[in-house]
Design a protein around this ligand. Structure first.
Ligand code: SF4
Length: 354
């Protein structure tokens, strides 16, 4: 990865510190101040004191090279506790990310839900992003740039990153993995693998490639949403190519660490996958896996053929799943009014662009 933009400037947000030093080749005494500048940029801190860099011509060269290109937030939308950011790319597309507060005993953590693509090619029928189709993959710098922009806005309060925004991350494998390398770099954001989650529709080859990386701290979530292939293929076209048995085989081969489990997401859609027999069928399918079922009440997309489920229906489904022996929890619905909830990212302006 060259990591340079036209004119020789580095796409510094898409590079680890060793890659930055490989590109700039600082002398030994220049490495430390360069790292200070890099760390400040990645953490969204106040403009670093570039005066601490060695004098000209190095300083000029590094200042130019490290001028991080964080895409501007063009809209900041709040819905209760949730904040949605919209950033505009150089080719006039928009990237959406969402900050979700997570109250903890000792203060407040924030999770950032990032996008990996503009639009998505997977076509899940319940998802707003799917209505756009795929416009393009995001670069590593554009992915990391969502974290940096949120860090700036919230003054460094981002503790977790989840790839649950627009796009299927394993369809943009190389860039997502490079972005995670940058996020984990101790010289920069220094996020632990446990604080990063990739959520996939169930791309089997991608899950196997991920397993080969041996990053056992990284979390993996899978969007299941159905008790059997018949229903899953109706709402998730990808299932016709990669059915549930193949998905489970890939998960069984995935190296989990001792205390780790998969998160299996289940968007509960009235009249589609919310019956008692569905809960029991899902529990049976999941029995060989170390996993938690995360039931997500459906957040209607625009022009949705289905309503949101009632509270009673959600609680009833959870009770059935527990009766069937499946560990489960529910996701609290946030951000539905501002189309910032799970499955609701993507907007009409983007659709027109397409
Ligand atoms: S649910 Fe995920 S994989 Fe499916 S269309 Fe939406 S963004 Fe793509």
């Amino acid at each position: 990865m060259s990591g340079t933009e036209g004119g020789g400037r580095l796409d510094v947000l898409g590079l680890t510190f060793p890659e930055v030093t490989a590109a700039l080749r600082p002398r030994r005494h220049e490495v430390k101040p360069l790292r200070t500048v890099y760390r400040a940029l990645l953490r969204g801190q106040a403009p670093p004191d570039t005066a601490r860099l060695p004098g000209p011509p190095c300083r000029v060269r590094y200042e130019e090279a490290l001028a991080a290109d964080v895409l501007p937030i063009v809209r900041r939308i709040e819905d209760g506790e949730l904040t949605k950011f919209v950033q505009r790319t150089h080719d006039e597309l928009e990237i959406e990310s969402v900050v979700v507060p997570m109250p903890r005993t000792h203060g407040l953590w924030r999770t950032l839900c990032v996008s990996s693509q503009v639009g998505c090619a997977r076509g899940c029928t319940f998802c707003e992003t799917a209505q756009l189709g795929l416009l393009r993959n995001l670069t590593p710098g554009e992915i990391v740039g969502q974290v940096v922009a949120a860090q700036r806005d919230f003054q460094q309060g981002i503790r977790n990153v989840v790839f649950m925004g627009m796009g299927e991350p394993l369809d943009n494998f190389e860039h997502v993995i490079q972005a995670i390398r940058v996020m984990m770099d101790p010289s920069g954001l220094s996020l632990a693998g446990e604080r990063i989650t990739i959520s996939t529709v169930g791309r089997v080859a991608g899950i196997r490639r991920l397993a080969q990386l041996g990053w056992r701290r990284l979390n993996l979530a899978v969007s299941l949403n159905a008790p059997n292939d018949e229903i899953r293929s109706q709402i998730m076209p990808n299932n016709r190519r990669e059915p549930m048995a193949a998905l489970r085989d890939a998960l069984l081969a995935y190296p989990l660490r001792n205390c780790q489990f998969f998160m299996l997401e289940y968007v509960l859609i009235p009249g589609v996958n919310d019956a008692r027999e569905h809960a029991f069928e899902v529990a049976e399918y999941l029995r060989p896996l170390k996993c938690m079922l995360n039931v997500i009440p459906y957040n209607p997309r625009r022009d949705s053929p289905w309503p949101a489920p009632t509270e009673e229906a959600v609680e009833q489904f959870l009770a059935w799943a527990r009766e069937a022996g499946q560990g489960c929890k529910r996701r609290v619905t946030k951000g539905r009014d501002q189309m910032a909830a799970c499955g609701q990212l993507g907007n009409r302006a983007l659709a027109r662009h397409r």
